[in-house]
Structure formats: structure tokens, C-alpha cells
Design a protein around this ligand. Structure first.
Ligand SMILES: [Zn+2]
Ligand SMILES: [Zn+2]
Length: 288
């Protein structure tokens, strides 16, 4: 079976299976042990977020998704890019490639918070004030399309093959569903956050208090926030309100409302979103 067939098989079946499995597990976990209990309208909320995922899939699957796969196949076939200059074998390229993609995801997310044009799209993800595992699917196709386009040169420069890309994507979906989940892990959160982004870390990123939103940008590995001084853990007594001021009206929480959000101007967006929180680079705070 050639690389192209593997990629095609994965595109069709493999990618969906772990995503659906982890989503179902997280959904059940939220149902039994929710961080915030007594939520109403969970099905409607999930349907809304998953509708965005369906729209994104329809628009991006055979466009930028396919372009990414084909470009990485070309890179692998021609052994093009910086990673091929290192004598580290395919496992080495898999690990280093995974780290590079995750570092790029961190950087790109941070850029999204600092440029008005990109923030217009990214705020759809942040305006979910009832965050749960389905929020991991709540993105505007504009954001995902721009992200995929800007990653294409990264693939060529570093020589990222299909395997690290697909590996990263699979882990990303699982970890993203996990850290968006409405669950409370207690001390496990403190332990896990040494390695990956946990629910407590990512809940802060979705804080309604925008200065705190500009922290904890990492997607999978939490090391990037520690390295680049954006790691933030609030005091355990701190109440975190989710969502975005200015987007609490029900009109923003429909498929049409989310699709047109990038066109909306909200003044306080550009006046306070560049502030940074008083960063607390520690892992010793009590769990949320
Ligand atoms: Zn964000
Ligand atoms: Zn998020």
C-alpha cells in the first residue's frame, strides 16, 4: 500500500474514528461528572457546534485538506525540506515533525489573538459561554482555511511528511476535545498539565476577561506556554466566566450568527485584547 493510498484511507475513515470515539467519551464524562452541572439545552448546543464542523468539513476537506495531504506526499517523495538534512530516520522525523507542528500551532494561535483580522474569525471559538467537548469543533471555516494555507510553506520548509501531520492531527482532536470538556480533574489536572493542555488551563483561555484570554495558547503540549511565558493558572478561588463580552446575545449563537461574526465590529475587542495577564509561571497552584 503506497503512501497515497494510506493517506486516502485515512482521509476517508481513519481520521473520523478516534475523533468520534473521544467525543462520545468526553460527552459521557461531562454528563456524569460535570464541572458545571445543571446545564440546559446540551443537545441544541452540541448540534450548533457540530454544524460548524460539518460546514468546515464540506468546505475544507477536498480543498485545503487535500492540498495539505498532497503537498506532504510530494515532500516525502522528493525528500525535500530541512528535516531530511538530519540523519534521524523516519521515527526521528515523526517526533521532530510532531513537535514542529505543535510549536507552529502555538505560534499561529497566539498570532490569531494579536491581529484584528484573524481575531475576527477566532472569536467564534471564544464566544461559546457554555464550553464543553463540542466547543473543540466550533471554528469558522475562514480561520481554519487561513491556518491551513499558512501551514503549507511550513510543510515545505521543514519537510513535513503525511505521518507527523496525521499523527499530530489525530492527537490534537483528542486532546482538544478533552481540554474543552466540562469536567473537573482535581489533582490529576495538576499532574497532566506538565505534559498536555488540560481543561483547567484551557478554561482560562476561554475566560470572558480578555486579558486572561491571552494566555495558555498551546494545543497539545503545554511546554510552549512555559517556554514563551504565556502559561497562566488563576487562583483556585477565581470564578471564570466563559465566552466573550459583546457576544452573549442569542443572535450570535446560531449558525448564521457565527458565520457572520467576522463581519461584526465590537469596539472593546481592539481596545483591550492586547493586554496580557499578570502571568504566573508555576505548576503549583491548586486545581480549579
Ligand atoms: Zn484562542
Ligand atoms: Zn478553545
Amino acid at each position: 500500500m503506497g503512501l497515497l493510498s494510506v493517506a486516502q484511507e485515512y482521509l476517508h475513515f481513519g481520521r473520523a474514528a478516534p475523533a468520534v470515539l473521544v467525543l462520545v467519551l468526553c460527552w459521557c464524562w461531562e454528563t456524569v461528572y460535570p464541572r458545571v452541572g445543571g446545564r440546559q439545552g446540551r443537545i441544541r448546543h452540541a448540534a450548533l457546534n457540530l454544524s460548524m464542523a460539518a460546514i468546515n468539513g464540506l468546505i475544507l476537506f477536498f480543498t485545503l485538506g487535500l492540498a495539505t495531504t498532497l503537498l506532504s506526499l510530494w515532500v516525502a517523495e522528493h525528500k525535500f525540506g530541512l528535516l531530511f538534512l538530519l540523519d534521524i530516520g523516519w521515527i526521528g522525523r515523526l517526533i521532530v515533525g510532531f513537535l514542529l507542528i505543535d510549536a507552529w500551532a502555538y505560534l499561529w494561535h497566539r498570532i490569531n489573538h494579536n491581529f484584528d483580522f484573524l481575531w475576527r474569525f477566532h472569536r467564534i471559538h471564544h464566544n461559546d459561554y457554555e464550553m464543553d467537548c463540542t466547543t473543540s469543533a466550533r471554528f469558522h471555516f475562514g480561520e481554519l482555511g487561513i491556518a491551513a494555507t499558512t501551514r503549507l510553506p511550513v510543510i515545505v520548509i521543514f519537510g513535513l511528511e503525511p505521518l507527523p501531520i496525521l499523527f499530530h492531527e489525530t492527537i490534537l482532536i483528542a486532546v482538544s476535545q478533552f481540554h474543552h470538556s466540562n469536567i473537573k480533574l482535581g489533582w490529576w489536572d495538576q499532574l497532566l498539565r506538565w505534559l498536555i493542555v488540560t481543561p483547567a488551563l484551557h478554561h482560562v483561555h476561554h475566560s470572558r476577561d480578555l486579558p486572561k484570554t491571552n494566555s495558555n495558547y498551546a494545543s497539545i503540549l503545554s511546554v510552549w506556554d512555559r517556554l514563551f511565558h504565556s502559561f497562566y493558572i488563576p487562583e483556585p478561588t477565581q470564578n471564570i466566566e466563559l465566552g466573550l463580552k459583546g457576544y452573549l446575545d442569542p443572535c450570535w449563537h446560531t449558525v448564521a450568527g457565527m458565520l457572520k461574526t467576522p463581519l461584526a465590529e465590537v469596539i472593546h475587542d481592539s481596545t483591550i485584547k492586547f493586554e496580557t495577564p499578570d502571568l504566573q509561571i508555576t505548576n503549583n497552584a491548586k486545581p480549579l
